[in-house]
Design a protein around this ligand. Sequence first.
Ligand SMILES: [Zn+2]
Length: 278
Amino acid sequence: MSAPATKEGSFKHVKYLWRDEEANELSGVDRLVYRSNQLGADLTLTNTGGGNTSSKLIEMDPLTKESVQVLWLKGSGGDLRTAKRDGFASLYLDKVRAMKTLYLSSPERGAKTPIEDAMYPMYSHCVFNLNSRACSIDTPLHTFVPYGHVDHLHPNAVIAIAASVNQEKLCREIYGDEVIYVPWQRPGFDIGLKIEQLIKDNPKAKGILLGHHGMSSWSNDDKTCYETALEIIDRAARYIEEHARGDKTYGGPKAQLLAETDRKRIQALQTIRGHRAG
Ligand SMILES: [Zn+2]
């Protein structure tokens, strides 16, 4: 996406709340908490309680003292706006990615197959540092995105596009090859692996539009991830604004309203009939 569009002041429908002077005082998970709170503070970015954010960070393994990659991901429940450090699950990235082998070993795979349900308890085997926060069913939507940071949100403007009849066509019209379209599917491993493949096939993409659901942005830079999320949402809102047709949006009125005197006359007649029937 073009450089000027990633700066404060270029957005029309979303609030730009990132402050370098605050973010640069923070590091690691605290920066993820900061980013999540800024996203959650603007309800145009995500419905209350919806969405989740993640960062893949280097941590020291408490047992081996070696550096390991850890997926920090907003846990199940809670709200992005108020989430604190303890609202985030932490998983060894190599272990959670290794779950792909287990998933692929099932002869029957897909959104509605038993293996999808069987995968969820397996996250317990990937927990880093005994963190008891349960992870979200959206975990594969973050795990298999090969970038350091992912913001997955449910913004009304994007859902309006993602839930329309021509959702795929509109996605292309609004974002070109910068945002990938994926039809609706229950969150889980299958859609996570589809997204992984789609990113490989579309290296220019900086985000995804999930049919009937929402969107994700990604980047190896957390501020860019935040700004990309804002841009995806702002572009959807601008498109809607430019194409709104006022009263005619839903095809206009199908019947003419009666004059008030006629409405009162019909109401009086029905009242009389009601009395007779009673
Ligand atoms: Zn979601």
